[in-house]
Ligand binder design. Structure first.
Ligand SMILES: NC(=O)c1ccc[n+]([C@@H]2O[C@H](COP(=O)([O-])OP(=O)(O)OC[C@H]3O[C@@H](n4cnc5c(N)ncnc54)[C@H](OP(=O)(O)O)[C@@H]3O)[C@@H](O)[C@H]2O)c1
Length: 266
């Protein structure tokens, strides 16, 4: 077995164990985040980065989030351009996060600004259900998630007279993160990735629902534009969040996995 096949099957076995969903295998697809690593190092990298996600679920759903930002904390330019802040290794890493989760959640502004596909293409893996949160019922129906038929798309929020094509509507009592999460759990979702944007990730973090935040910092300075995390102001450094942190090199970027699980009810 050559090195690409062996690393690929290591990833596939781990994925299969936690997703229990069949997916098509492409033995040549290793992922840019593992380039240059031998088999042993690649396996170790997968375990170090995603170990908490490979672990079986406890009593409650697991919620993770991700953001890719510049050295000065920005996720886009002032006019919303964001392709790309981080490098190709981070793209492979993001696709691994999608593959490891049953649902990938984004806010309405990201659908409009980025037109993301939210599928798993840069590594092997099953696509998650794509979930958009919006109180505006009308979103542009020509966005990939509404018309590419690559994976199911659900919308959270009132249906109104929306025209976009959605496999399922969830209508929780509010769009507060806890209400949305309960609705997802009722729909059978236990592993959730909050992919963005800033407002959505920040709301879920402020609500205390994020177990692990994967934050990639690229060596680039944007200078102006929206920042990733936007939390309520604090007066004193003692009030700052200080999660435990694991650090990984990801191509030219640095990946931080912030673990908030100690602070969450089990
Ligand atoms: N660098 C990265 O990792 C990354 C990832 C994704 C996106 N982005 C960037 O992020 C930017 C968009 O982010 P954003 O902060 O403007 O918006 P966003 O989080 O994408 O969407 C915000 C919208 O989602 C709905 N929503 C989500 N959570 C809600 C909540 N808890 N309560 C109420 N409504 C909620 C609301 O829609 P309604 O207004 O319809 O109520 C809200 O206006 C884009 O520039 C995109 O390129 C970056």
């Amino acid at each position: 077995m050559n090195s690409v096949e062996s690393t690929s099957s290591d990833w596939a076995e781990r994925l299969q164990a936690c997703r229990q969903t069949p997916f098509s295998r492409d033995k040549d697809k290793r992922g840019d985040d593992l380039l240059g690593l031998n088999n042993k190092a690649a396996s170790a990298a997968l375990q170090a980065r995603y170990g908490p996600l490979f672990a079986p679920l406890g009593q409650r759903p697991r919620v993770i989030a991700q953001l890719g930002q510049s050295l000065d904390g920005r996720i886009a330019t002032l006019n919303g351009h964001s392709h790309y802040v981080t490098g190709s290794a981070d793209r492979a890493h993001l696709h691994r996060l999608r593959a490891l989760n049953e649902a990938v959640v984004i806010g309405a502004n990201t659908v409009v600004a980025d037109n993301p596909q939210l599928t798993v293409r840069a590594v092997e893996g099953p696509n998650p259900v794509r979930v958009v949160i919006a109180s505006r019922p009308a979103l542009p129906g020509d966005r990939h998630i509404f018309c590419d038929h690559q994976a199911a798309t659900w919308q959270v929020g009132s249906r109104g007279d929306a025209q976009q094509s959605v496999a399922r509507w969830l209508d929780p009592p509010s769009l507060q993160p806890q209400a949305v999460l309960s609705e997802l759990v009722n729909a059978g979702i236990q592993r959730v990735l909050i992919e963005g944007g800033a407002r959505t990730v920040s709301a879920w973090l402020a609500a205390g629902l994020i177990d692990h935040l994967y934050l990639t910092i690229a060596p680039v300075i944007i200078g102006a534009g929206p920042t990733g995390l936007q939390l309520p102001a604090i007066d004193h450094m003692d009030q700052a969040l200080r999660p435990s942190v694991a650090r990984f090199a990801l191509g030219e970027d640095m990946l931080f996995r912030l673990d908030f699980t100690d602070a969450l009810p089990q």
